[in-house]
Design a protein around this ligand. Structure first.
Ligand SMILES: Cc1cc2nc3c(=O)[nH]c(=O)nc-3n(C[C@H](O)[C@H](O)[C@H](O)COP(=O)(O)OP(=O)(O)OC[C@H]3O[C@@H](n4cnc5c(N)ncnc54)[C@H](O)[C@@H]3O)c2cc1C
Length: 436
């Protein structure tokens, strides 16, 4: 039954969801906009690796959703987890069992870590997808150093070997930032161990880093990581992860207590089998981003299998998500206004990734490729502009980054964990009495 005013539910307040809410809110249309998210904060995922490597605080990349939607009086937030969608009844079901009717639905629930069925990856890998994930990685990495300082024999058991799985932007950024943290910051603070000797091993299944980038950018990333002593294993597949080691398909065994899993994502499954999905769990959409057979349901962001004009899939990154969210909102307004919807068109502004200080790559339109310091400045400027929280927040982060840059000072090197990480045994024998 139609609601008065019409109710538009937006599932997920990430890049796509918030861009949809802003567009709906700014339209001034008489709507009841209900935003559902399981968190009361939005995460700026591109900078999660900075939280994981103590470069930024959680509050710099997590933003209070209520504050963001405050200007839009028609919008309300319910911090709830959606269990599934019943498109035939036009109902959203929450995990509490409660249901909410809608007139139009925008699904932007994003994705989650994909372990690709690798044995032990889910149990022992550290994902880097959410803010709690990033804080957990930070706690764990710092705790490894503390454990090794207390018992340097742990170094031979892999306590200071950090394996990153996945050579896409997240893996590259994470490996580069860890290297700078260990070699330029932490080396000053330990007496019994030398953090400069910590190993960082980046394992990538294909033969190249940054697969979606141009060859020049890939080459630059390769050189810059090698210059930062990151050991690269390209064309290498992880077959098994245990608490104290990683095994590669080649038979190489790397003793380690830390495997950061940055290998891929898969769409969130809140719609069960209701909608058709392709590989990676992305929902099939029409050119206008509506779901086939359900013109009142739109999908945007990482969860949508949105394509370019030539039919190729758009990458699961922030810019398409923002553009798709905005487009979905426009189509909702058109539909409610009795107008036909229009197809989504995406203008690709390019790709960027950073490897470390003054080292980044940017593949821009018109075949322009920037590498090194200039790409790094472009990356810095763009990320500062895109950080939410207003001018004061951006200025604060800029000043902090500038200070850190000049002094090699670092952000919060604090281990904020309620209990010791079980993966960090004081010695292998203690946890595994039967181990050789
Ligand atoms: C570590 C990392 C680094 C990245 N770096 C970059 C980068 O440098 N540049 C770039 O362009 N892109 C980057 N990305 C990708 C980019 O962040 C995503 O493409 C973008 O966040 C997708 O937006 P979205 O709105 O589809 O999903 P998200 O931003 O993930 O938002 C989904 C929202 O849905 C909510 N949600 C999920 N399930 C439910 C449920 N069942 N009930 C209620 N709420 C739910 C979540 O809490 C979340 O708020 C990175 C991603 C990661 C993980």
């Amino acid at each position: 039954m139609a609601q008065t005013p019409p109710r538009v539910i937006v599932i997920g307040a990430g890049f796509a969801g918030l861009s949809a809410v802003k567009r709906l809110g700014r339209s001034g249309a008489d709507l009841d906009i209900v935003v559902l998210d399981r968190h009361n904060y939005n995460t700026f995922q591109p900078l999660l690796y900075q939280v994981a490597t103590a470069g930024l605080d959680a509050g710099d990349v997590g933003h209070h959703i209520r504050g963001i939607i405050r200007p839009y009086r028609q919008a309300e937030l319910l911090v709830e987890t959606v269990a599934r969608v019943h498109p035939d009844q036009r109902l959203v079901e929450l995990d509490t069992g409660a249901t909410l009717p809608y007139d139009a639905l925008v699904i932007t629930a994003g994705a989650r870590t994909n372990y690709f069925g690798v044995s032990g990856a889910q149990e022992h890998g550290l994902p880097l997808y959410t803010l709690p994930d990033a804080i957990r990685v930070r706690n764990h990495v710092l705790a490894c150093f503390e454990a090794a300082e207390a018992d340097p024999s742990l170094v031979d058991q892999g306590a200071l070997t950090f394996v990153v799985v996945g050579g896409g932007p997240t893996g590259v950024e994470m490996a580069g930032a860890m290297s700078e943290l260990f070699r330029n910051v932490m080396r000053r603070d330990f007496r019994r161990i030398d953090p400069e000797n910590a190993r960082i091993v980046l394992v990538e299944m294909t033969d190249t880093l940054l697969g979606a980038f141009r060859p020049r950018s890939q080459q630059h990333a390769h050189e810059q990581l090698a210059a930062r002593n990151v050991e690269l294993r390209l064309g290498a597949r992880v077959t098994n992860i245990e608490r104290t080691r990683v095994t590669l398909e080649s038979g190489e065994v790397i003793p380690t207590r830390t495997v950061i899993w940055a290998a891929g994502v898969q769409g969130n499954d809140l719609t069960d089998d209701t909608f058709e999905r392709i590989r990676g769990g992305r929902i099939v959409v029409n050119p206008d981003l509506s779901v086939p057979g359900h013109p009142e349901v739109f999908v945007a962001g990482d969860l949508a299998a949105a394509t370019r004009r030539d039919g190729t899939l758009l990458p699961q990154v922030a810019r398409p998500a923002i553009a798709e969210g905005r487009h979905a909102a426009r189509q909702v307004l058109r539909r409610l206004g009795g107008q036909p919807t229009v197809p989504f068109r995406y203008h690709d502004p390019g790709n960027m990734a950073t490897i470390g200080r003054r080292a980044a790559v940017a593949d821009l339109p018109l075949h322009i490729t920037l590498t090194g310091g200039i790409a790094w400045l472009a990356w810095l400027g763009l990320h500062l502009i895109e950080l939410m929280g207003g001018m004061h927040r951006r200025t604060e982060v800029l000043v902090r980054w500038a200070w850190d840059y000049l002094r090699w000072e670092w952000g919060p090197l604090l281990i904020l964990t309620p209990a010791p990480d079980p993966d960090l045994a004081t010695s292998e024998q203690e946890q595994e009495p039967g181990a050789p």
